[in-house]
Write a protein that binds this ligand. Structure first.
Ligand SMILES: [Mn+2]
Length: 325
């Protein structure tokens, strides 16, 4: 028996002939891989449907598949929009949601906004790719090797190789089923996620050398456009490295602030090993998970306030540890 959410989604996919699959801006492997995997699985199962995966292409993620260019305003058919890995409509990349007859989201972030009647939000899931695996296995839709590889990499990336606490028995169960079914050679896939240009390795060293760590166990760094240029990395690079800094002893929260000069915006990545940080992030217009959040702001003053608030979160957390002892 399919659970209600899954059954509703499956029905919609069967109903529409034109389906567009979108995901969040500044995509990560989970966003892109869930998108191309779902597109390709629908196409394999229903070859006559027009299915597109849209949004800005990122050259380093081209392994996951080529994205489609569409003009949704020219659609003559009723069209369905499926948004993946994104909690709010304003962060959906590369598509005008108002051009669609219907839309819904499949997401593992805390719910911020209702997209449609068929929304499926599972905050306990490690990744959106995990949810797509669950959906495809349960509905019996077709999965080929490439779809399976993409989904595997999405789970591995978002769960930080099964390290993050959202990893569950269900994560392992679904991944095991996927591997069993498709026989993918998963140990040979990791270089797609972890191989980096030497500049990035050096930039990683720069971050390590230049973190500020407060007495309360809060680590942060402000990354200027000049530094990005010096190391020849782009403003998205720090966000891809933030999880690497999870093992600093006595640091509870760590934060990278990156000024994206081109878009005149500060991108803030926040991670935590204890304090709940998404409430603080939300006060500055951000969002995300309890222990993995982010903020984007044009306002320089906000940054210092945010850093102060996160330091305070650490102070309180540290105090609470003392009381428990
Ligand atoms: Mn995700």
């Amino acid at each position: 028996m399919l659970r209600t959410e899954l059954r509703k989604i499956y029905r919609k996919i069967k109903q529409y002939n034109t389906i567009v699959i979108a995901r969040h801006m500044s995509p990560d492997p989970d966003a892109i891989a869930s998108q191309t995997a779902l597109r390709d699985a629908i196409k394999l199962t229903y070859p006559k449907k027009n299915v597109y995966a849209v949004g800005t292409s990122v050259s380093k993620f081209k392994y996951y598949g080529i994205l489609d260019k569409i003009d949704e305003t020219t659609f003559t058919d009723d069209a369905l929009l499926i948004a993946l890995d994104v909690p709010n409509i304003s962060r959906v990349d590369g598509v005008d949601p108002s051009a669609f007859t219907e839309m819904f989201k499949i997401d593992h972030h805390p719910s911020e906004e209702v997209f449609g009647d068929c929304d499926w939000v599972d905050e306990t899931s490690s990744s959106t790719c995990q949810m797509i695996i669950e959906f495809l296995l349960r509905t019996g839709m077709k999965i080929d090797r490439k779809v399976a590889e993409n989904l595997y990499l999405g789970v591995v990336s978002d769960s930080d190789r099964f390290l993050i606490s959202y990893t569950s028995a269900k994560t392992f169960y679904l991944v095991a089923k996927l591997i069993e079914k498709t026989q993918i050679d998963f140990t040979n896939l990791y270089h797609y996620l972890y191989e980096r240009p030497y500049e990035e390795i050096k930039f990683h060293g720069y971050l390590s050398e230049n973190l500020t760590i407060t007495d309360n166990g809060f680590a942060y760094i402000k990354i200027t456009p000049e530094v990005l240029k010096e190391y020849n990395v782009d403003p998205a690079t720090p966000s891809n490295m933030i999880n690497d800094f999870s093992n600093i002893k006595h640091v509870y929260v760590w934060t990278f602030v990156t000024l994206d000069e081109k878009n005149e915006i500060y991108k803030v990545n926040i991670r935590s090993k204890g304090p709940i940080i998404n409430d603080t992030a939300a006060k500055f217009g951000g969002g995300g998970h309890k222990y993995a959040s982010g903020v984007r702001t044009h306002n320089k003053e906000d940054i210092d306030q945010l850093l102060k608030a996160l330091d305070e979160d650490c102070r309180q957390y540290k105090e609470s540890l003392k009381i428990e002892v």
